[in-house]
Design a protein around this ligand. Sequence first.
Ligand SMILES: NC(=O)c1ccc[n+]([C@@H]2O[C@H](COP(=O)([O-])OP(=O)(O)OC[C@H]3O[C@@H](n4cnc5c(N)ncnc54)[C@H](OP(=O)(O)O)[C@@H]3O)[C@@H](O)[C@H]2O)c1
Length: 308
Amino acid sequence: MDPRFLVTGAGGQLGSVIMRQLAAAKHAAVGLVSPTGPHPHVGPVRACDLCNADTLRDAARDARPTHILHVAAMTNVQSCARAPDRAHVTNVDATRSIVELADVVGGRLIFTSTDLVFDGRTGGYAEDSTPRPLSVYGQTKHKAEAIVLANPRAAVVRLPLMYGIPAVDRPTTFRAQLQSISRRTPIRLFHDEFRSPIWLEDAAAAVIALALSDYVGRIHAAGPQRLSRLEMGRLAAAALGVGDDAIEPVSQTDVPFDEPRPRDVSLRSDRFEARWGRPAGRPMRDALPQIVVQFRDPASASGRPELD
Ligand SMILES: NC(=O)c1ccc[n+]([C@@H]2O[C@H](COP(=O)([O-])OP(=O)(O)OC[C@H]3O[C@@H](n4cnc5c(N)ncnc54)[C@H](OP(=O)(O)O)[C@@H]3O)[C@@H](O)[C@H]2O)c1
């Protein structure tokens, strides 16, 4: 049977790129977008509040998916800290509804989780490292992981910080940083906060490859490098062909936050590499030339058909 995908969070950074890649591969796919959010540039969508189990059930019944990619979440760490109940309803309770749906339709379920399930004390986390989330966001994603893994056809893919240009008109931190760096507007970036960043395009491809495989359980899909935010900014400046003198290195300890920030949540992706014979993501330096093109000409990132 040909796969039919249902993608939640289709109007988000990652969901929009997944929608574009599924369309390019000629897979049947329906995206669910939030009633108030933007629509991805490519693909049919339906508005649905995932916290409303009835509308979610209707949307899923109509789509008859063989593969559910549950990408939607309340992703802003500070918003989750300030509204923990809403974070729980969105990230945990809605995930439970999706798992119940997946049980009914009987297909594959892929859930996108995060490196922020770890406390960041050591870095280099593997799939069997012990999660100890410091934030409400990380706690809700960790709880959701356990709910998803009760489904015998499900995989939880932990993603690191993602960078790139989404296939949807929505502001992102990374795009704002590129804007500042390209205009040489002063910007402050942490020299002591480390991730294994992955390009949105590579993350989307990894999620789709995982969905089309028979892999079940936890898996990490990260970029191949451990980079600080400062190093990421400097690489971006080099790719943009501008100096990096407007980037000011700062420490995590210089900036007050509602919750402690993990210092190093770099991930190992051994299971992905063993299964697919390559890292999930390419080095940031190799992705940046295409990102700069997309940044300067957003139409090239949209995947929308060319207008005459
Ligand atoms: N961004 C990262 O660097 C990163 C890193 C690690 C893991 N992840 C994980 O990767 C996934 C995708 O992240 P992202 O950066 O693409 O997130 P995003 O851009 O914030 O997109 C999330 C999407 O979920 C939608 N959503 C939230 N609540 C909803 C609800 N009640 N009903 C329907 N839709 C709802 C949002 O709607 P609106 O359009 O209205 O906002 C948005 O379109 C998430 O599971 C996240 O936890 C992200």
